[in-house]
Structures are given as structure tokens and as C-alpha cells.
Design a protein around this ligand. Structure first.
Ligand SMILES: [Zn+2]
Length: 198
């Protein structure tokens, strides 16, 4: 048997088995003041706060890393403002994580300039250094930043889990569409916070 990180390759007379132990990280997308009570606030974000908190607390207690992927926009440069209007400007209150989900000691904060938490950020390097193979994606919005982050996770070979009560978006239809897309196109597993055991 060879042991390579968390991958165990077991050989017997008849076949090879590859058993990969799951190593998780939580990714919390855009739970920032501007999305909850600031410039582009939406009422549907409020009910995902408590489930994300419950999940992050459970993760921290089990030693599972919590990584925040936060919009941190440069107004003169970032094209997103043409689509959404100004939001989460770097260095401002609007770009800070909401008080209810304040990052704790040992968490990671990764600023991003557009929808995906991976695009031109240190996300992949951090996940590789932590030997993570499965990302649990939470936050706002299911059909935009969570979906784009899922795409980049999939392209890089990470398994994806989305606890359904930890994300939402502007309408029911868009929410269900976002989850379906992550499930059908990226092989994401849609589950509940309660069902996750670390
Ligand atoms: Zn943005």
C-alpha cells in the first residue's frame, strides 16, 4: 500500500481500489454588510445567516477550516458595478463580513474581485496547502457567486457540497435553478446542515 497525503491506494490480487478520505473546508461567500443591509441588500439573505453560523461553529469545533470569499471591489476598475451597481468597495464597511458571522481566530479571508472565489485569488493554494479535497459552499447568491465558485472548484478537481439552507438568491425559481445547476453540471451534493458530520 502506498500512502500519498489523504489518498490510499490499496492493491490486491484482482483489482485496485482508490479510497479518498474526505478533507473538508467551508467556503462562506459574500456574507457582507452591503449584501445584508447596505447598498445592494436583499431580504432573502437574512434567513441563511443562522444556518451558516451553525455550520461554521460545527466546523470550527471539528477543526474544519472556514474560508471567507469576500467581494472587495476597486470601483474604478471592476466591471461588476455596471451590472449590480456599487457594492463591497475594498476597505469600506460594506465589504466587511456581517457581525453575526464575524471571522474567528484561525479562519481564512480571501478577497475577490468578481463572482468566483477562485478567480485570481489565493483560494486554490490555500485549499491545496490544507489538503482539502471537498469544499462546502455556502453564502450569497446560489445562482451567481456560489455557482461560479462551484465551477472553479469543479475545474480544479474538488468535490462540492452545498447545504441547501445555507444559500439563497433573489427568487425561489433562481434558487432552485442554481442548486440544480451545481448538482447536475458540477456533481455537487445538495444536503442539509444537520446531515453533515465531520
Ligand atoms: Zn461583486
Amino acid at each position: 500500500m502506498r500512502v500519498i497525503g489523504t489518498i490510499f491506494i490499496v492493491k490486491d490480487r484482482h483489482q485496485y481500489f482508490t479510497i479518498m478520505k474526505n478533507k473538508y473546508a467551508i467556503i462562506v461567500v459574500d456574507m457582507l454588510n452591503d449584501f445584508v443591509s447596505g447598498s445592494i441588500a436583499h431580504p432573502r439573505i437574512k434567513h441563511i445567516i443562522e444556518p451558516i453560523k451553525e455550520l461554521c461553529d460545527k466546523a470550527r469545533a471539528a477543526g474544519v477550516p472556514v474560508i471567507y470569499a469576500n467581494d472587495s471591489h476597486t470601483p474604478e476598475v471592476d466591471k461588476e458595478f455596471k451590472v449590480w451597481g456599487p457594492h463591497a468597495v475594498e476597505g469600506t464597511w460594506g465589504a466587511e463580513v456581517i457581525d453575526e458571522l464575524k471571522p474567528q481566530k484561525g479562519d481564512y479571508i480571501i478577497p475577490k474581485k468578481t463572482y468566483s472565489g477562485f478567480f485570481e485569488t489565493s483560494m486554490e493554494r490555500v485549499l491545496r496547502e490544507l489538503e482539502v479535497n471537498t469544499v462546502i459552499i455556502t453564502g450569497w447568491q446560489a445562482d451567481c457567486c456560489c455557482r461560479h465558485t462551484s465551477a472553479d472548484a469543479f475545474f480544479r478537481g474538488f468535490k462540492i457540497i452545498v447545504p441547501k439552507e445555507t444559500t439563497d438568491t433573489l427568487t425561489d425559481e433562481a434558487y432552485l435553478g442554481g442548486l440544480d445547476y451545481i448538482k447536475n453540471i458540477y456533481g455537487g451534493k445538495i444536503c442539509s446542515v444537520k446531515s453533515l458530520k465531520f
